[in-house]
Design a binder for this molecule. Structure first.
Ligand code: NAP
Length: 303
């Protein structure tokens, strides 16, 4: 069965090239004719691993192509997920499966609500990739991909394809707990790196701020019915700060490069959940206000 990959960005290219390298049928879906022409001119997608580039001439098409889609990897940013899914909705075969690669929470529900007849699997990825140029991707960090379906704990048979392609993965019967935990880690680290304009490691100089946020996030996770995601959160945040000390967080990189952030699906989602549950989390709320102000001052969207 063909893997349709929507979005030839960092993660979409990383998945598409590895699937194609394993001899699996892959087709890219690019947003418009201009992108499709640019892609054809490039001659394919280039995966750069350990400094070695290798090009794969993966076929590409527009969202409006007329062939049915049975399996779709949705590899865009969280704020594009719902409209991107809508752009191919008519092509989705009954019972088609979607893998949603978006970070944070909220976009998965938006897509699943739009497509109630399709199976939506959620992915939480700790792999790292970036684009040095159009249609090129650098595999920058090994990691893990957790896959799961909140409404069906049975793993799909095609996980074998991922095995064959060397895409490290684990089936997660509780994918929401994974996504909540990652969201909490992100909320405790990324906004502070933006506001202090620093690398992750420099947050070790703000221990009280980090500890207070972790306590509030832990309370939020408990109230949202995610006790497993709350366990040892503060220790884990400190571990990540130390392990990634030299890195700039993804949100810091986005702001520094004038790119839209995924704030609405990270800190924004956490703040909205706190409000919905009637939990008063003053530090988290203040952090959200400061971050929104900071983005506005830099002329960046806050949704
Ligand atoms: P990215 O490099 O910005 O790629 C997103 C791609 O989606 C872009 O190529 C964009 O096309 C495409 N796209 C958006 N809307 C589209 C549409 N309607 N039709 C066709 N293509 C569309 O983003 P990314 O870094 O891969 O991130 C994807 C998700 O993975 C995010 O939620 C991110 O947080 C998460 N994530 C990323 C990493 C990483 O290392 N990169 C790691 C873990 C998680 P254009 O190029 O035409 O704009």
């Amino acid at each position: 069965m063909t893997w349709h990959v929507l979005g030839a960005g960092s993660l979409g290219s990383l998945w598409a090239t590895r699937l194609a390298r394993a001899g699996l049928p892959v087709r890219l879906i690019l947003r418009n004719r201009q992108r499709l022409e640019a892609y054809r001119e490039a001659g394919g997608l280039t995966l750069i691993e350990a400094g070695q580039p290798q090009q794969y001439a993966i076929p590409a098409e527009l969202p409006q192509a007329d062939t049915p889609i049975h399996r779709l990897l949705l590899a865009c940013k969280a704020y594009d997920a719902s409209s991107a899914a809508a752009s191919v909705a008519e092509r989705l075969a009954p019972g088609a499966e979607l893998l949603l690669l978006q970070n944070g929470l909220g976009s998965q529900e938006q897509v699943a609500q739009r497509l109630p007849r399709q199976r939506c699997l959620f992915v939480s990825s700790t792999e790292g990739a970036f684009r040095p140029a159009d249609f090129q991707v650098v595999f920058a960090g090994n990691g893990q991909n957790w896959l799961g379906d909140p409404s069906d704990p049975r793993p799909p048979a095609w996980l074998e394809d991922l095995q064959r392609a060397g895409i490290t993965h684990l089936w997660s019967p509780d994918i929401l707990a994974r996504l909540w935990r990652k969201l909490a880690l992100n909320c405790a680290i990324n906004p502070l790196t933006v506001l202090h304009d620093c690398r992750n490691g420099e947050l070790a100089q703000h221990p009280a701020e980090v500890a207070t946020l972790c306590a509030e996030l832990g309370e939020l996770l408990q109230r949202c019915g995610q006790p497993a995601a709350a366990e040892n959160l503060h220790e884990d945040v400190q571990r990540v700060i130390a392990a990634t000390a030299a890195n700039y967080s993804s949100m810091h990189q986005d702001v520094a490069q004038g790119r839209r952030t995924e704030i609405a699906y990270l800190l924004g989602y956490a703040s909205a959940a706190a409000q919905r549950h009637g939990v008063h989390l003053p530090h988290l709320q203040h952090l959200q206000q400061r971050l929104v102000r900071h983005l506005q001052e830099h002329g960046l969207p806050v949704d």
